[in-house]
Every structure is written in C-alpha cells, then in structure tokens.
Design a protein around this ligand. Structure first.
Ligand code: ADP
Length: 661
C-alpha cells in the first residue's frame, strides 16, 4: 500500500526536496519493516503533514460509552474504516473515534504540534501511545477555557514528543455542531510562521469588513434606507460567524468564557441566515418580481427564529441542519433572480450576478460539506470567506449605485410632479381667465344689443309716424355699428380662447380706409369727436385686416371712454425712423386723464387696469389685445402723457410692410 503525504512548504523546491527525501526513506523502510509501516505515516523532516488520503481510520460510537481499551479490542479495530478525505459526517449525535499510526524513522526524538480543526469541536480527547506502550491522555475542545489549553490558540493544539518508533494516536470527538475534523501535524517553526500569516490574513479580512460595515452605517444614516442597516447587520452576523468558526472569539474576545463563545457560535448561524433571508429578498426585490421566492424566504426567516429559540430549549442540533438545508435550497433558487438581473443589461447588475453566483457556489460547497453531503475540505472555509468579501464589496457598490440611480429617478419624479403641478395651475388660471372673458363678453355684448333693440323700436315708431329717410338711415347705421361691435367682441373672444394664437392672414391694408372704418364703428360719438384729416400720402401696410381693425378700434374706443364727453380726439399717421428701422406710426391723442406714472407698460398686460377712480367699466383686456396684435405684426405700441393733458397712444408698424403707393 502506498503512503501518501501532502506537503505544504513555502517554496516549490523545498516541497520537491522533501518529497524525494521522504520517498527514498519510505522505500528503504518498507523493504526492512514492511509489516510495521503499512498504515503508519512517516514523521520525517516534513513541516506539515495532513491526513486526508486514508491514513486516518474512523469509528462511530453511538453509545458514547466506549473507552480507549475498547477501541484497542480486535472486534472494534475491525470496525474502524479508513477515511477518504477529511472527516465530515454532518450533524450527528454520535461520539467519533479517529485512529492514526505515525512512525518516527529518525534516531532522535522530535516535537510536533497536532492541530485538530475546526475550532468549534466541543470535546477532544487525545490518547497518545508511544513506542514503549505508554499512554498519554490530553484534552481540548471549545468547552475548555484558553488557560486550560496547551497553547492559547484559536484552534485545538497538542504538543507531542515523538521518539523513534511507531506511535498510535486515538482521538475521541464529541460536538453538538457539525462533525467535521481535519488533522494536521506541524513542525513548531512551520506552525509559528503559519500562525503569523493566518493572523495577517484575518486582520486584513476583518479590516475590510469593518470598513464596509462602517460605510453601510454611514449610508444608512444619510439616506435612512432600511436596506443599508439590514446589509450592515447581515455583514456583521456573517463576520461574527466566521470569527466564531475560526475560534477567534474564543481566543480574543471571551478566552475564559467557553459557554459564551459557544452561545455566540450557535446563535451566529441562525442570525446570519435570518438576515440573509431578509437582505437578499430586499436586494433582489423578491416582493416585486418573485413572489414565491419571497414567501420561501419568509418561511426560512421564521425557521431561523425558531432555531434561535431552540438553543435554550436544547433542540438546536435538530433545527440547525434543517435551517442550513433551507439556506442551501434558497441558494439553488438564485438562477431565477440572477437571470432577471442579467437581462437588465446594466453592468453593475451583471457584476452582482457574477459575484453572487461565485458566492453561491462556494457557500453551497461549504454548507454541503458542513452537512456531510460532500467530503469536507479546509479550503471551503477560506474560499467562502474570500468570496463573501468579494460579494459584499460588489454588493455594497451595487446598492450604492442602485440608490444613487433611485435618488436620480426620485428627483426626476419630483421635477415631473412640479411640472405637472405648474401645468395644472396654468390650466386652472386659463380656466379662470376664460370665465373672466365670458363674463366680459356677456357684459360687452349687452350694450350693443341694447342699442340694436332701441334702434329697432325707434325704427318701428319712425315707420308708424314719419318716413324720414335721414332718421331711418341713422338708426340703420346704429344697428350696423352695434352688430360690428358684437362682431369685434366675438373676435376678441375667439383670439383669446384659441390658445392665445391668432389666425393670421396678411393682406394689403389701406390704413386711412381702416381708420374711417374704425371711426364708423365708434358710432355717432366717434364721428362727432374724432378729428381725422385726409392725409396726402397713402398708408398701405401688409397686415391682417380684421386683427388690425380690432387693435385700432380698441385704442380709439379707450380714448372715447376715458376722455371727457365732447372733448376732441386726434388721429394721425406718419413715417418715422426707429432703432429697429423705418416705421409707420398710427397715433391717437385724447384729452383724458393720461396714464398714471409708472403704469405705461403695465397697462398692456392681461387684466391690468389703470386708475379705477374713473369708474369706467372694463376688464383690462383691450390694450393687452392691442399689444398682442401689434407684436404679431412685428410692431410696437407705446403710450405717453401729453404735457398739456391727455394721453398719446402710438401703434408702430415696420415700414417694409408699406406697399407701393
Ligand atoms: P379696460 O379699458 O377694459 O380697463 P384696457 O386694457 O383697454 O382695459 O385698458 C387698460 C387701462 O389703461 C384702463 O383700465 C385705463 O386705466 C388705462 N387706459 C387705457 N386707455 C386710456 C386712455 N386713452 N386714457 C387713459 N387711460 C387709459
């Protein structure tokens, strides 16, 4: 039978040298003492020996009663089975015995450290039978305080002296945790350097974890998003679990309180799983996209709580494996949410998928090893720890990115809401304005309708009494003018309601004709009061005839309205040069009160009225409309007070609009 050794040295050359040396010696020895070395492992100058290739034999004692003497009986010896790989029986209640033969070939005795991993084994009894047959019994396990250990160390160590010859080791194991065991035999120097390296690695690992937890807490304080606190809690519990599994709590935090250490260890498993069942559904939005998985995780979290409660009741050993199994099953459901995330095509989601998948595979291996479903390997623990680190780091980045994006979306929604609010306000204002307009139309139409009625009645009376053509013509004129006024109001209303836009049809408009037209609209009063002398030059502009008529009529009717009864109103036209180029000015002067100081521009605004003391009816829309129409013609309208009294309104149009005369 071939004896295999696994050598771990710092250099490959050293490894090869040791291996060759070992093989040669074993070959020689196997020739000399063949029967003796069949199952024994050589103890030559090898820095570390691991026993995972069948060198260790195992026996399960269900009665918990058997002693070393029993183990050495032939019938029990026959029941020992060689162990392929490390011991990994899962959560079993049995006491387990391991047997190992070691041979010291060298003529001098040598010291070795025997390490029994993991640190979480409850009770370890080591029986060392030296070549003279003397039995040395030692104890270790995490139920003993650090001061009772041979060396204050996070795991279980036994200092052994190996004299030349064959040594038998019997190791009795009892634990309420998973029955895992890894045996390592160290040269003291090799162990010291391993110790240093491992503390350095642990130090780095936990520094990163602490930094991430710290950042998660800060993120929570700033954003108040629950996922950050859940994440920090999950990370804390998972780190405590790794601390406990690696025996660091026993070594550094509660060295003399093994009960507390054990309590932390057993509590950390359900707490981590509970937090995992809360955190991952939050991260992957199960409640929104994966209802069944969400329910499953809720059940898992409840089972975790039940496992926690079972600790003082003594049922932990039954519920813990079940919880672990549910945890493993939940990891197998990962492809589902992963597929959804992958399809989003966002690079941070894909990074999450990759890191989470890696984490899932490694943690599953670790969990299956712990459950005894696959042979346990020490590397599972360290690789799982490393993958946890990558995963938590990526996860933190993803959460940050996710919420930065959510913050952006939130701001965008707020902006949209504000815009919608503005729109609603605008609509409301528009609606109110339309109501006002309606009220104004009703008010404005009342006067011409009254005129039409009165003129109609007068016509009937005239028809009955006289048949003076002049009288009749006067009444017809009035009716005509009143209808024109209604038409004007209707036009105003239409231009206001149709999105504040005018239908604009440009034609050649004779300003002089239009002025006569507008004076005619003003009725008898306008005809009597307006002074408009025929001008020698023609003023023909390119404009929308009907709109310009509305603008000019509004200016004239204001002058009629606001100046004293009987006072004269002068209308004039002229060509002028302005900064914006040559213009045609249409000017109306009256003898009214003028415009209050500072109101010269304001009176052109919508619903803006001037001095209310003049008691004239109105809605403050006339000049606004004039300004709009003028602007549409690329012109300007201004007002100034005449020093001798009254106001002068000037409607100015670009003279390129002046057509050939
Ligand atoms: P309304 O006449 O319905 O009030 P307008 O927009 O036509 O609305 O006029 C706005 C204001 O400008 C008027 O309320 C009035 O105070 C002032 N105003 C307009 N034209 C004259 C004018 N010729 N003389 C004095 N004040 C005027």
């Amino acid at each position: 039978m071939e004896i295999t050794q696994r050598l771990i040295t710092n250099s490959i050359v050293g490894q090869l040298a040791n291996l060759c040396q070992c093989c040669i010696r074993l070959l020689l020895l196997s020739c000399l003492f063949f029967p003796m070395v069949v199952q024994a492992v050589s103890l030559d100058n090898v820095p570390i020996i691991t026993f995972d290739q069948g060198e260790v034999r195992v026996y399960r004692d269900e009665s918990h009663q058997l002693t070393l003497d029993d183990m050495r009986q032939a019938n029990i010896q026959a029941q020992f089975e060689p162990l392929q790989g490390n011991l990994g029986l899962g959560y079993i209640p049995d006491t387990v015995w391991l047997h190992l033969s070691l041979t010291r070939l060298n003529s001098q005795s040598s010291s070795r450290w025997l390490e029994v991993l993991p640190a979480t084994l409850d009770q370890i009894d080591l029986y060392h039978i030296d070549p003279k047959g003397q039995i040395d019994h030692r104890k270790a396990g995490d139920l003993a305080p650090q001061s009772a250990k041979e060396k204050a160390y996070r795991g279980n160590l036994f200092k052994l002296e190996f004299e030349p010859g064959q040594h038998e080791l019997y190791i009795r194991l009892k634990t309420s945790d998973s029955m895992i065991a890894i045996l390592k035999l160290w040269q003291p120097n090799a162990f010291s350097s391993h110790l240093l390296n491992s503390y350095l690695a642990f130090g780095l690992y936990y520094s990163v974890v602490i930094v991430i937890v710290f950042f998660a807490l800060i993120s929570w304080l700033i954003s108040r998003r629950p996922i950050f606190i859940v994440y920090a809690a999950y990370l804390t519990f998972i780190s405590i679990q790794w601390l406990a599994i690696n025996g660091l709590i026993a070594e550094f935090i509660f060295p003399e309180k093994p009960l507390q250490t054990n309590l932390i260890l057993v509590m950390s498993l359900p707490l981590t799983i509970i937090m995992g069942f809360i955190f991952f559904p939050m991260l992957f939005e199960y409640s929104r996209y994966h209802k069944y998985l969400h329910r499953f995780c809720q059940i898992g979290a409840l089972l975790g709580i039940a496992t926690l409660i079972s600790i003082p009741l003594g049922y932990y050993a039954y519920l813990a494996p079940l919880l672990l199994l549910i945890g493993v099953i939940s990891l197998f459901t990962a492809p589902w949410p992963m597929y959804r995330l992958w399809r989003t095509q966002e690079y941070w989601n894909r990074a999450l998928v990759l890191s989470y998948s890696l984490f899932t595979i490694l943690i599953t291996l670790n969990a299956m090893g712990t459950l005894g479903l696959i042979p346990f390997k020490e590397s599972f623990t360290y690789v799982s720890m490393a993958s946890t680190l990558i995963e938590v780091f990526v996860m933190y980045l993803v959460i940050m990115l996710h919420y930065t994006r959510m913050g952006y979306e939130h701001d965008k929604s707020l902006y949209q809401a504000a815009m919608m609010k503005k729109e609603v306000e605008f609509e409301q204002k528009h609606y109110a304005e339309q109501n006002q307009l309606l009220a104004m139309i009703t008010h404005e139409i009342r006067t011409p309708i009254a005129v039409i009625n009165a003129s109609n009645e007068s016509l009937q009376i005239i028809d009955e009494r006289t048949s003076s053509k002049k009288d009749r013509a006067l009444r017809y004129d009035r009716i005509n003018n009143a209808v024109m006024r209604i038409d004007m109001v209707m036009r105003m209303a239409i231009t206001q309601t149709e999105n504040d836009g005018f239908s604009f049809e440009e034609t050649s408009v004779d300003l002089i004709d239009l002025t006569y037209d507008v004076i005619g609209l003003g009725g008898v009063e306008a005809e009597q009061r307006v002074v408009f002398n025929d001008l020698e030059v023609n003023y023909i502009v390119s404009a929308d005839h009907d709109l310009l008529r509305v603008a000019l009529f509004n200016l004239l009717s204001n002058s009629l309205k606001y100046s004293p009864k009987g006072s004269l109103i002068h209308i004039n036209m002229q060509y002028a040069d302005s900064k914006k180029g040559p213009r045609v000015n249409w000017i109306v002067d009256d003898k009214g009160p003028g415009i209050p100081e500072g109101m010269e521009e304001k009176i052109f605004e919508k619903y803006q009225r001037g001095d209310e003391r003049n008691n004239q009816p109105g809605m403050g829309l006339g000049l606004f409309l004039v300004a709009q129409i003028t602007e549409r013609h690329k012109g300007e309208v201004t007002v100034e007070n005449i020093p001798s009294g009254g106001s002068r309104f000037c409607l100015s149009l670009p003279s390129h609009a002046v057509l050939d005369q």
